[in-house]
Design a protein around this ligand. Structure first.
Ligand code: FAD
Length: 342
């Protein structure tokens, strides 16, 4: 039964199968291209309707790539404020394009961002969304999108329909569908749409690079004899770069306090303490860490502890064999310089 609060829609106005094409730097993520392949299949079952794509702040090169992978039409949303991803604003822009072009089906890759956007967009368009579909099909009688996904802990497959509303929305994880072959002979239409955002709900203050890749190359904390650990006192992910360099020169690895992990500077598998790893290295260098009891619980069995902290009363200083009362920005570069000479 349709809800009386829903604004009425004319299903006849909705045509085509469209895909949100997420960017990965200056190229498109594979999941969008995979969905274009599926969209072509669904479009054929819907009587040869068009396949469209939406890219936010994309380039013509990206749009051409989408056409080579199956799109007939690609809309590039243009708005200088949308160069950096913010969910509410991206969702508003995409929803506006979808509301204008009225696709019958709209698909989104279930990436971290895609999941977030899918919910916002469905809510804005007052339509349903089935997350993490593993198969999609069309009911030829009703034109319903059959949204198939595991349920009850993966023991059964559910087929979900959203027959009352349009577009019918589904998200699909990367790698579920094959990427269609790249056909450079395909031609299509590229449309640049200037989309205004009604109200900025998110303001970008700064961009902090996560160091996951740099850290992933280092040995795990639990099997290293030397651990250089950083805390909130480092002030930023940049500070961790110095620790990574020092750890490499010492042949060790990096660890972190909960606060450094929470700040997003390093992944959780680097956290030392009560809710992190318990380690007993030969040398533990605590940099910008206060030494809360929960942190001490994870490293107190270290053979030798060096703490670097401008606060001589920080608890870590009482638990250290060598307490260096200083700003890490002065001490660590000197240590690195000396070690480089060896
Ligand atoms: P802060 O306590 O803010 O300390 C930052 C330190 O940096 C300060 O001592 C400051 O003097 C110093 N500093 C500032 N500027 C500089 C500079 N330029 N150079 C050098 N030093 C500087 N914490 C963990 O670490 N691991 C856990 O597993 C853990 N589990 C927890 C579980 C529970 C149930 C709870 C309640 C808490 C847990 N915590 C854990 C959190 C813990 O209580 C502390 O909040 C946390 O350890 C503090 O992190 P920090 O030392 O990085 O930050």
């Amino acid at each position: 039964m349709p809800c009386s609060l829903w604004p009425p829609i004319n299903k006849e106005e909705y045509k085509g199968v469209w895909v949100y094409l997420e960017r990965d730097g200056d190229k498109l993520k594979d999941v969008g291209l995979e969905l274009l392949g599926k969209a072509r299949e669904l479009a054929a079952k819907l009587g040869g309707t068009e396949v469209g794509g939406v890219i936010v702040a994309g380039t013509e090169e990206m749009a051409r790539e989408a056409i080579y992978h199956g799109a007939d039409k690609v809309v590039i949303v243009e708005n200088p404020d949308l160069r950096v991803y913010t969910p509410a604003e991206y969702a508003e822009a995409i929803a506006k394009v979808v509301a204008k072009y009225k696709p019958e089906v709209f698909l989104i890759g279930a990436t971290k961002r895609g999941r977030e956007l899918a919910a916002y967009i469905a809510n804005t368009l007052i339509t349903g969304i089935t997350a993490d579909c593993t198969a999609l099909d069309i009911d030829p009688k009703t034109r319903d999108l059959l949204q198939i996904r595991p349920t009850f802990g993966g023991t059964q497959l559910a087929t979900i329909r959203t027959p009352q509303r349009r577009p019918q929305m589904a998200s699909v994880r990367p790698g579920v569908f094959p990427k269609p072959p790249r056909d450079t002979s395909r031609v299509g239409q590229i449309i640049v749409e200037k989309v205004e955002i009604s109200r900025r709900r998110t303001r970008l203050i700064s961009v902090e690079k996560r160091l996951e890749k740099d850290v992933a190359d280092l040995p795990p904390v639990e099997s290293s004899d030397i651990v250089v650990a950083g805390g909130r006192g480092l002030g930023s992910a940049e500070g961790f770069k110095l620790l990574i360099e020092l750890a490499k020169l010492l042949g060790g690895t990096v660890g972190a306090s909960l606060m450094a992990v929470r700040a997003g500077w390093v992944p959780h598998n680097r956290q030392i303490g009560q809710t992190g790893k318990t380690i007993r290295p030969k040398l533990y260098i605590a940099v910008g860490i206060s030494g809360a009891i929960q942190h001490l619980m994870g490293m107190q069995e270290s053979k030798t502890v060096i703490a670097i902290n401008p606060d001589p009363h920080a608890p870590i200083m009482q638990n250290a064999d060598y307490a260096v009362v200083a700003d890490y920005k002065q001490v660590i570069p000197l240590l690195i310089e000396e070690l480089r000479k060896i």
